[in-house]
Design a protein around this ligand. Sequence first.
Ligand code: SAM
Length: 271
Amino acid sequence: MLYLCATPIGNLEDMTFRAIRILREVNLIAAEDTRHTRKLLTHFDIHTPLIRFDENCKAEVAEKILQRLQAGESVAVVSDAGLPAISDPGADLVRLAVDAGITVCPIPGANAALSALICSGLDTSKFLFAGFAPKSNKNRRDFLQRLATVDATIIFYEAPHRLKNFLTELLEVFGDRQAVLARELTKIHEEFLRGTISTLLDTLDEVRGEFVVVVEGQPPQVVAPTETVAQVVERLTAQGLDKKSAMREAARQFNVSRREIYNTLLREEIQ
Ligand code: SAM
């Protein structure tokens, strides 16, 4: 049996009774970072042998694990936090185990994405987990553009040092939607920052801790059949908004990115 075992994402009390029992009973625990996991195991008085299983060694270690599973042993996979195989190693091993006819068993528990979603206040009836955006600029832009039309709540993971850039790009591609930053989930400084992407960017000065970004899906299209983009921008500037804010508001009303508003304005001016 291959167990996929959740571990806490910040609060040790989120370890489940079942996870402790399974981790004690299996022959081997495959862990993303053995030093990190050893601390957790020591805390819960678990003395099962550990093997390192991370992105760098997964091909070779997966083979060893598979052999032991085929010999009738049981193995548990854990990541540094939360559910293995969710933006963490584990998925490849599950595929190999399934192909080899080995039974795979979930030991559920903490997960950052779902914890953020359920407290977001956004629609939970339909959601898409998008994980980490690609690091390369071109791939990230393509990735966001493909997600921009999804009409379900979207959940992203992001590293703190990339969060501001990510939100800036999200604003450009998605327009100014409602979003929630779930910070330091289950830890002492847990907090939820809610607002439009632009207000979140304005309020966020120091980015510390771990974050999940939850964004509303593409809102129902607001059709403004009687006004062109140029007319909407002109009306908003006449109402006192500067050009940048008027374009941002027009982007929100037409539910497109600011870049699209800019391009449309250029086209309309040429015609
Ligand atoms: N497997 C984990 C899970 O099930 O949630 C996710 C691991 S992924 C490598 C790490 C990312 O998850 C972080 O960059 C952050 O976006 C999110 N994350 C993990 N723990 C978190 C926490 N306590 N609070 C907020 N976000 C967290």
